[in-house]
Design a protein around this ligand. Sequence first.
Ligand code: B12
Length: 168
Amino acid sequence: MTGVDVRPAGTVVVSGVSSDAHTWNLVYLQLLIEELGFEVVNLGPCVPDELLVDTCARVRPVMVVVSSVNGHGHVDGLRLIRALRTRVELDGVVAVIGGKLGIDDGDAEQNAAKLVAAGYDAVFADGAGVGDFRALVRSLRPELRPELRPDLRRELRPDLRPELEESA
Ligand code: B12
C-alpha cells in the first residue's frame, strides 16, 4: 500500500491491577485502543505495582490504562496511581482507570472521587459504555492535538473535531 501512514500514534500501556485475575477486559481494551491507531503494551492480569511503574518509565507511553473487574480497583488502583505519580519520568502521562472498581455500586461516586484526587485523569465507571473513553484515546493522537499540529486542525474530519472547536 502506498500513501497511507501506518505508524502508530504512540504507545499505550494496558494493565490489570495486582489482585485481579480477569483477562478478557484487557484483551477488549487492547483491541479498542489498537483500532484507534496506537501500539499497546498489554501487561496482563495480576500486575505488581512496581512492574507497571517500571515498565511505564521504560516505555514512556502516552497513556496508561488500568482495568479492574474483581472489585478491588478502588484499593489496588489507588495504591498504584500514588506510586506512578511519584516518578518524575512519567510526569504528564495520562492515566485512567475503569471497570468494576468496587463491590458495592453505592460507593461508585466516592471511589471515583478518591481515585481522581490521587492522580487519575479520568475514571470510567462500569456500565457507562466506552464512548467517552474512545473520545479520550482519540484526542491523544498527535494530529488531533492542536498544540502539536495547528496546521492540521482545519483538515480534520468533522466527526473528530467537536472537542477541538470547543477549546479554540
Ligand atoms: C470469566 C470470569 C472469571 C474468570 C476469568 C477468566 C479470565 N481469563 O479472564 C475466572 C473464573 C478466573 C474468574 C475469577 C473470579 N471472579 Co470473575 N467473572 C467472570 C465473568 C463471568 C466474565 C468476565 C469477563 O471476561 N467479561 C468479558 C469482558 C470483556 O468484560 P468485562 O470484564 O466486564 O470488562 C468490561 C468492562 O468492565 C469495561 N472495563 C473494564 N476495565 C476497564 C477499564 C477502562 C479504562 C474502561 C474504559 C472500561 C473498562 O470494559 C470491558 C468491556 O466492556 C464475570 C461476570 C460477568 N458476566 O461479567 C465474573 C466477575 C467479574 N467475577 C467476579 C468475581 C467476584 C470473581 C472472583 C473474586 C471469584 C472468586 N471468589 O474466586 C475471582 C477473581 C479472582 C481474582 N484474583 O481476581 C465478580 C466481580 C464482582 C464485582 N466486581 O463486583 C463478577 C462480576 C461475577 C459476579 N457477578 O459476581 N472470573
